[in-house]
Design a protein around this ligand. Structure first.
Ligand code: ATP
Ligand code: MG
Length: 588
């Protein structure tokens, strides 16, 4: 059916919506694809719904082709299974919880590991039933702290989630590989630029995990890529190579010095160079050990102070830190917290007062660079005092290491030591070897070949279907509007009847549109009578259908103009050949 702009439920906007920070949000609203209903909650208008359905179709076709079976769980779920896995609590404020009329607790599903696990347990009992991969394409709910950038981070969004079930690790690896291959086909078909990066497996205790990221300046994920080998990872998952232990036999003894008014690293370095210069080179921020105090808030509400020791030239990266403590969250260490811990001297905190065995009993974790034998200048736990030549392993021992320091371009690749480069991306997919966590919590076991009960091992695999629409828009646009890849565009061809008063123009446009549709080419037809051609062209560019056909002036010579949205290239084509011409264009 030809979509006619004269009747289509659509209003394009000239002005950018006030709350739109990124191009995809701005353009999807202006071009009439989506409309905000509430923060992080959007309505799909007809054009938007067509794009969403196209993405969904590609995803579904590839899942089906891989032999995964589709089913559909409810979005409204009972509390009990989530209670059994701990996620009713762990999900914290991100979970939409509600009650029914009898006071029973329910939630709106943020992801469905529990329901899939229980249903497989319900129906299957033997190794002969496995492997199994099942999936759904469903609306998910998460009360995100920062719903952002339109449908890029929604509180209601469409996700494809699959789960695999196997009896052993080798089976899980095969299921994981099958999903990875299907994801590669999906994202190739969607015409999206992407890369696969190593990801955090989080607190779930799983092993392998990878993300599919679409490179984008406005992406919320930062990833690194080695400039020499094929290592790529989300910064959250980057492991800092720990230096080898340095022998400290010849190292001078640590000595405390008066360093008045040096609560910051910069002021300390300046004073060191003035009052305690080094023989070999000037002091730098990287010679100092900075101790950052935060509070870990556990899902049960418990607040636990944590001190992180890291080289003074690096900041703590909030996302890396959060990924390490998940499902707990990080909060600021407040003035009241300082008051409750009088042994901590703000600005002069040193490792001698830290650690679970120390008088403060505060948990102390250090960056892997703070390896045994490394020498530091750090706080001496008294106002205006620092200690120089303090050796890790000799003068203090931390409770462990933590990967929370920022990762910078130029840092060494953990595989081959070459410099890393950093960039930003949008997470459009995530594949994850869950292992036995959910099967254990929910008692999913099957009989193996020897008649023994074994716990099933699982994988979980997600694609952000609605987010993919935004991610594609984020990379496929120019100043004039959207430029959809053909695989997901709302139509193949946008036919514009230019020259408003000429009836022949409308008649030919109509006829071309009908013939194209008959040839299996989907058409958006601008048949609006009172809209000037200039406005129609602007709208066509904004909407971003890959090919435009202008029926106008050329008609006098029996031609129409075919214009490529992406390249702007124009070709005059005789009306009689337009269907054959476009068939070739559309089929690529
Ligand atoms: P993020 O780190 O961006 O919050 P996530 O790691 O929590 O995402 P998963 O649980 O891995 O997300 O969900 C699978 C996929 O669902 C993600 O890869 C992403 O594409 C999509 N997704 C997750 N949260 C949202 C959201 N709030 N809005 C839109 N899509 C989302
Ligand atoms: Mg993820």
């Amino acid at each position: 059916m030809v979509l006619r702009l004269s009747t289509l439920f659509l209003r394009t906007l000239r002005e950018d919506p006030a709350d739109a920070e990124v191009p995809s949000h701005r353009l999807l609203v202006r071009a009439g694809y989506i409309r905000r209903a509430a923060p992080g909650i959007y309505t799909w208008l007809p054009l938007g719904l067509r794009v969403l359905r196209n993405v969904e179709r590609v995803v579904r076709e590839e899942m089906d082709a891989a032999g995964f079976q589709e089913l559909l769980f409810p979005a409204l779920l009972p509390r009990e299974p989530y209670e059994r896995t701990g996620r009713w609590t762990e999900y914290g404020p991100n979970l939409f919880r509600l009650q029914d009329r009898k006071g029973g607790d329910y939630l709106l599903g943020p992801t469905h590991e529990e329901m899939f696990t229980l249903t497989v347990k319900d129906l299957y009992s033997s190794y002969k039933d496995l492997p199994l991969s099942i999936y759904q394409i469903q609306t998910k709910y998460r009360d995100e702290a920062r719903p952002r950038a339109g449908i890029l981070r929604g509180r209601e969004f469409l996700m494809k989630d699959s789960y695999s079930f196997d009896v052993d690790d080798a089976g899980l690896q095969r299921s994981y590989d099958a999903h990875r291959a299907a994801y590669v086909r999906v994202f190739d078909r969607l015409g999206i630029e992407y890369l696969v990066v190593a990801a955090m497996s989080g607190a779930m205790g799983g092993s392998a995990s990878e993300e599919f990221l679409a490179p984008a300046v406005n992406g919320e994920d930062t990833y690194v890529r080695c400039t020499s080998c094929d290592y790529a990872a989300n910064v959250e998952a980057v492991r800092v190579p720990a230096p080898a232990t340095v022998p400290w036999d010849d190292a001078p003894a640590a000595h405390v010095e008066q360093t008045p008014d040096t609560p910051t690293i910069a002021s300390l370095v300046e004073l060191l160079n003035e009052k305690h210069p080094r023989a070999d080179r000037p002091w730098t921020a990287g010679d100092t050990l900075k101790n950052v105090v935060v509070v870990v808030r556990h899902p049960d509400g418990r607040r636990e102070p944590l001190v992180i020791g890291l080289p003074g030239d690096r900041e703590v990266d909030a996302k890396r830190l959060e990924a390490q403590v998940e499902p707990a969250a990080i909060e600021a260490f407040t003035e009241e917290d300082f008051a409750a811990n009088p042994l901590l001297v703000k600005g002069y905190i040193g490792p001698q007062a830290l650690g679970e065995q120390s008088p403060t009993k505060l948990r102390y974790l250090v960056d892997p660079r703070v390896a045994d034998g490394t020498t530091w200048v750090t706080g001496a736990n008294g106002p205006g005092r620092h200690v120089i030549d303090l050796v890790a392993g000799r003068d203090f021992t931390a409770d462990g290491t933590i990967e929370a320091a920022e990762v910078r371009a130029g840092d060494a690749c953990p595989i081959d030591g070459a410099p890393l480069e950093t960039a930003r991306g949008i997470e459009v997919g995530h594949i994850f070897q869950l292992g036995r966590k959910y099967a254990e919590a929910l008692g999913l076991k099957v009989l193996d070949e020897n008649g023994k009960q074994v716990t099933v091992t699982m994988g979980s695999y997600g694609i952000g279907v609605s987010r993919a629409v935004a991610a594609i828009a984020e990379s496929c646009h120019d100043e004039a509007g959207l430029v959809w890849p053909r695989s997901i565009a709302p139509a193949d061809v946008h036919v514009v009847a230019a020259h408003g008063k000429d009836e022949a123009v409308f008649a030919v446009a109509d006829q071309v549109a009908a013939e194209l549709e008959a040839a299996g080419i989907s058409v958006l037809l601008d048949d609006r009578r009172k809209v000037p051609p200039g406005v129609k062209f602007k709208d066509a560019e904004l909407i971003g259908v890959p090919t435009m056909v202008v029926v106008g002036k050329g008609l006098a010579d029996g031609t129409v103009e075919v214009k490529d949205r992406a390249s702007g290239e124009r070709t005059d084509v005789p009306v009689t050949e337009v269907v054959a011409h476009l068939r070739a264009v559309v089929r690529g």
